[in-house]
Design a protein around this ligand. Structure first.
Ligand code: KG4
Ligand code: ZN
Length: 389
């Protein structure tokens, strides 16, 4: 089955074309095309994502990305669509995304219907204005080409992002997932494919959000995760080489001893703020030490709660996915769990699939189709969609 996948839930516009075969338990995925436009540069100056600006950028980039996926370089002649009923319907679908219909009319009407069996698109969770761009675009394409459209849960996308390039070893259930991104931090248990139970989640900030906010406090650019991680690594190496055991900078490990599997990261961000206020002017060295202590505190909590969930639920697989799963220190510390749980299959996505992408939306979409999900043209953006819905 050939799937065209679209992702616009936050600040990446992404489209992929996948060839999907196999069953729910043993799927096989081949990525035929994969393109992505990141809005990082656009949002960097503000230190975070502005939904309406993000929406405009998605609207501007989604058609060039589709043309690139379909390998269409130049439109020879503009074709006027004969079926004006369809044209009117598409116009109505795209009317809220300013300018999108005009470009759609100019470029997409003249394309020959591609060999695609299904279109999958992120329907939530995420920023509603940006989700709508992808959803409306998918609906318009589906209508024009008469191809079924399926909504995909973004977090299920992250969950299944570990499946790419896993031809031999299928995912073993029950699978426990630590999903860590800019908008989410949750421990999810999946006893069988496509069934989820949220064991614990953040009560306030997501872990990626905490990385971004702490980076801002330290004067580091957005997104903060990679920057903090880089600084922390340097500080850790220096500490080791100088044998510096006595730490001057100490941050809390929020909720590490709580009996539940919930998280809280807003207090640690505030602790960093107070610390910097107390220290006054902070130089590069202190910046690195705070980054290091912050990363270690956060990772300690994530690993501790994950171990607790493993102890209680005895999963066969542990998935760590989402933007923060690119963090090298987290990966190292999680992999240490292998010693205690030698039979546990520990899976991280390829680096390229840690952040938002369309490949994961294609893979999760394929599995949902295989499980019998129906296509719909009534799909709406669901900013707060829950993985267990
Ligand atoms: O999954 P993602 O790309 O988007 C959302 O769905 O939110 O996650 C983005 C988040 C950002 O907060 C970013 O700072 C964080 O992932 N991130 C990292 C690293 N790389 C990205 N956090 C810690 N360490 C990293 N290396
Ligand atoms: Zn994400």
């Amino acid at each position: 089955m050939k799937i065209l996948a679209i992702e616009t839930s936050c600040d990446e516009t992404a489209i992929a074309l996948l060839d999907c075969t196999g069953s729910i338990v043993k799927p096989k995925f081949k990525v035929l095309e994969d393109v992505l436009h990141s809005q990082t540069k656009l949002h960097e100056q503000y230190g975070g994502v502005f939904p309406m600006m993000a929406k405009r950028s998605h609207t501007e980039n989604i058609i060039p990305l589709l043309l690139s996926v379909l390998k269409i370089k130049k439109i020879e002649t503009e074709v006027k669509l004969e079926n004006s009923k369809i044209k009117e319907k598409i116009k109505k679908i795209l009317e809220k995304d300013r300018g999108l219909f005009e470009i759609f009319e100019k470029y997409i009407f003249s394309i020959k219907k591609p060999k695609i069996d299904a279109i999958t698109v992120t329907e939530g969770p995420g920023l509603e204005p940006t989700l709508w761009v992808g959803i409306n675009f998918a609906k318009a394409l589906g209508l024009l080409w008469n191809i079924p459209v399926f909504g995909v849960d973004h977090m299920q996308g992250h969950f299944f992002s570990v499946l790419l390039n896993r031809k031999k070893m299928p995912l073993k259930y029950p699978a426990l997932a630590l999903l860590v991104s800019g908008g989410h931090t949750e421990l999810v248990l999946s006893k069988k494919p496509l069934k989820y139970e949220v064991l614990g989640k953040t009560r306030d900030d997501a872990v990626g959000e905490a990385f971004d906010k702490v980076a801002r406090i330290l004067g580091l650019p957005y997104p903060g995760g990679p920057q903090i991680s880089k600084f922390a690594e340097i500080a850790r190496k220096e500490k080791l080489s100088k044998n510096l055991i006595d730490k001057k900078i100490i941050l809390p490990r929020p909720m590490i001893h709580s009996k539940d599997l919930d998280f809280s990261f807003s207090g640690i961000k505030t602790a960093v703020l107070y610390l910097t206020q107390k220290l006054g002017k902070i130089d590069g060295q202190v910046q690195k030490e705070i980054a290091c202590e912050f990363e270690e505190a956060v990772v300690e909590v994530l690993v501790s709660k994950t171990s607790k969930a493993i102890e209680t639920h005895n999963p066969k697989t542990l998935i760590v996915a989402g933007g923060v799963s690119a963090n090298k220190y987290l990966k190292n510390e999680i992999n240490k769990l292998q010693k205690t749980y030698p039979d546990l299959q520990i899976l991280f996505p390829d680096k390229k699939l840690t952040g938002d992408n369309a490949i994961m939306i294609g893979m999760a979409g394929y599995l949902a189709i295989k499980a019998g999900q129906k296509s719909t043209n009534k799909m709406v953006a669901q900013g707060n969609l829950k993985i267990s819905d």
